[in-house]
Write a protein that binds this ligand. Structure first.
Ligand SMILES: Nc1ncnc2c1ncn2[C@@H]1O[C@H](COP(=O)(O)OP(=O)(O)OP(=O)(O)O)[C@@H](O)[C@H]1O
Length: 225
């Protein structure tokens, strides 16, 4: 079963200048354990495609099946529950809550979705922080961490509910190249463990780590390798 099955998705935005079609008949299938890079020039539709997969936005036509759910058919409430359990999201600027410790940030999705018993959440957060290599930072505030450490904390948070899919939009865009490579290695290890990882990227340094690529051009799939 594919983890991601996007079928003939079209997305048209209403703009003051009239309708603008950002995705035109995009289809994409991705299996468990794949590390997929989404590439293409600025404006080619990468973020729009990611927003379809995560259910942040809806297609104008077509179908989006992710981790067993028909995402295009879910209402807002069902989407929030589904997303919390099935999709971990990592951003370019980490987006950790500044007033919570690193461990508390990692516990947030478990608290939100009530996925693990309250008494087990902190130990699970510490295990995840161990897995991403920053266990010793658990009780610090995010501002006390380096950029690479903050991104590792954000990845631990994204894995909090053990989702089948991890989505990352330019996760290394704000990191120096050595730190970026370390984060890519971490994503590759996560994918090797069976989690599907989808990453929007501009960088060419990803090649050794990814298992496949989809290239978008003008809202259509130009290449899929
Ligand atoms: N909410 C919106 N309303 C109108 N147009 C939009 C909206 N979101 C995106 N677009 C347009 O759709 C096209 C695709 O945008 P998208 O953000 O998906 O591209 P991208 O490949 O992620 O670009 P970048 O690499 O610059 O982030 C662009 O022309 C953009 O201006």
């Amino acid at each position: 079963m594919p983890v991601i099955d996007v079928r003939e998705v079209t997305k048209t935005y209403d703009t003051p200048q009239g309708p603008f079609t950002a995705l035109r008949g995009v289809s994409l299938r991705t299996g468990p354990g794949e590390f997929l890079a989404v590439v293409g020039r600025s404006g080619s539709g990468k973020s729009t495609l990611i927003n379809m997969i995560t259910g942040i936005d809806r297609p104008t036509s077509g179908e989006v099946h992710v981790a067993g759910a028909a995402v295009h058919e879910l209402d807002q409430r069902a989407l929030a529950v589904w997303r919390g359990r099935n999709v971990g999201v990592v951003f370019q600027f980490f987006q950790l809550l500044p007033t919570l410790t690193v461990a508390e940030n990692v516990m947030l999705p478990m608290d939100f979705c009530d996925t693990y018993p309250r008494g087990e959440r902190r130990s699970r957060a510490l295990e995840l922080l161990e897995r991403v290599g920053i266990a010793e930072q658990a009780d610090k505030l995010p501002a006390a961490l380096s950029g690479g450490q903050q991104q590792r904390a954000a990845i631990a948070r994204a894995l909090s509910n053990d989702p089948p899919l991890l989505v990352a939009d330019e996760p290394t865009g704000n990191l120096d190249s050595a730190t970026a490579i370390a984060v890519l290695e971490l994503f590759a290890a996560i994918a090797a463990g069976g989690t599907t990882v989808v990453m929007v990227t501009h960088g060419s340094e990803v090649a050794p780590y990814i298992t496949s690529t989809v290239e978008l051009a003008d809202g259509a799939v130009r290449a899929r390798v």
